[in-house]
Design a protein around this ligand. Structure first.
Ligand code: ZN
Length: 409
């Protein structure tokens, strides 16, 4: 069986690492900027692609520029609702059946919009897209599985002044504390808000994440927030090993109890270990890999994004996914940012198939991992039933694809 684009678009898929602000449609960014008076360097898609949302980026700073504009326009309930709705629709259009949308509510918080209101607004958009999709006859009849989603609240390792009104105010009020302390405090506040949104507002806040610059801002600063998430049964993922070595991944799974890891690109790089206390770097990495494999800690692999933020990787064939695959780690393909990385879930899968020669059997495993290791908002029984329906549907698509292949169509 050959894995074709058509096949990849038809199979049910997940995206477990998907940032709202990095995935805003460009025409929507332009429309919202006009409405809210946010200045953009261009007001047409072509111009924005040339100046901001590029194919390759010279630096991380350049890569992050797009987020700044998106965050600036997503400061009202209706804007967040629209972004959530369109993001779900874009995923549905390419056969993605389950998404976990992550965003940092505190970056959208302002005197007119609370953290809880920001979460509720995003949820309204996602819920509307889900209802519309699940009202389709093929879903109603049970011939196809429904669309589902969860929301992940992101805490930030660090931010400079001028990006977010919330963090500006916080840094101002706690002017005598170090920045790290202020950001650690903000993550704890976010957990409390997430728990409240989940229990009081019944929003599908399924997990907690930590994003932002790794170097100089270690995950362990946020251990208290993660302990709080742990005690409140929130699932946990951490951006780790994207711009820093294996120690960052170690902290994510020990201090932060991570169930999943965002990127973990540098998991297999002993030479990136900085601590002088780690004498046998190779053994440290080997043990870490075995622990991650055995605990089925799932790696959210974002190929295009990794190439853009780590130009040193140079080509996908040299991406550490090749080691993840060999070590039989639980991994799932994600976009990270549909707009900033100019990609789709199908696009990421096809890239992986071409670069690593993934077989149809392996692909099926990776796809199913996505559903099984998701932070599904329902009960475990419901999650299992959903995964079962997905597998049955996947096999149906597979059989149809094989028949077509035989008929030469
Ligand atoms: Zn990310």
């Amino acid at each position: 069986m050959t894995i074709t684009r058509e096949f990849v678009e038809r199979i049910p898929k997940t995206d477990l690492h998907l940032h709202l602000d990095g995935s805003l449609r460009l025409p929507t960014l332009i429309a919202l900027a006009r409405e809210s008076g946010v200045k953009l360097p261009a007001y047409d898609e072509k111009g924005l692609r040339r100046l901001v949302f590029k194919k390759t980026y010279a630096s991380l700073i350049e890569y992050l520029k797009g987020f700044e504009y998106a965050t600036a326009v997503l400061q009202t309930g209706p804007a967040l609702e629209r972004a959530g709705y369109e993001l779900a629709r874009d995923n549905q259009a390419e056969g993605v059946r389950y998404i976990e949308v992550r965003f940092a509510p505190q970056l959208h918080q302002n005197p007119k919009l609370t953290c809880l209101e920001a979460m509720a607004a995003l949820n309204r958009g996602l819920a509307r897209a889900k209802e519309e999709f699940n009202a389709r006859p093929e879903v109603g009849s049970g011939a196809e599985p429904p669309f589902e989603y969860g929301i992940i609240a992101c805490a930030m390792r660090m931010f400079d002044y001028g990006y977010s009104r919330y963090f500006d105010a916080l840094l101002h009020v706690h002017a005598h504390s170090g920045r790290k302390e202020v950001f650690a405090l903000a993550s704890q506040e976010l957990i409390r808000a997430a728990v409240s949104a989940k229990t009081r507002l019944r929003l599908p806040i399924v997990g907690f994440d930590l994003a932002g610059a790794e170097a100089g801002f270690p995950a362990e600063d946020h251990a208290q927030a993660y302990a709080l998430a742990h005690k409140n049964f929130l699932k946990k993922t951490v951006h780790a090993g994207e711009a820093y070595g294996p120690e960052s991944i170690f902290q994510a799974i020990t201090d932060l109890h991570a169930d999943r890891l965002g990127h973990a690109v540098h998991l297999f790089d002993p030479e990136m270990i900085k601590s002088p206390e780690i004498k046998n770097k190779k053994a440290y990495v080997d043990n870490l890999v075995q622990f991650i494999a055995d605990r089925r800690i799932t790696i959210e692999v974002c190929l295009t994004s990794n190439l853009q933020t780590n130009p040193a990787i140079r080509s996908l064939a040299r991406h550490s996914f090749r080691h993840m695959r060999k070590a039989k780690l639980s991994a799932t393909f994600c976009t990270d940012n549909r707009t900033v990385s100019n990609t789709t879930v199908s696009g990421e899968i096809l890239k992986a198939v071409r670069a690593f020669g993934i077989t149809p059997g392996e692909l099926k495993n990776f796809i199913i991992y996505g559903f099984k290791r998701s932070f599904f908002p329902g009960t475990y029984i419901e999650k299992r039933a959903y995964a079962r329906r997905i597998i049955e549907y996947y096999e149906k698509v597979e059989r149809r694809h094989l028949r077509r292949g035989k008929d030469g169509r």
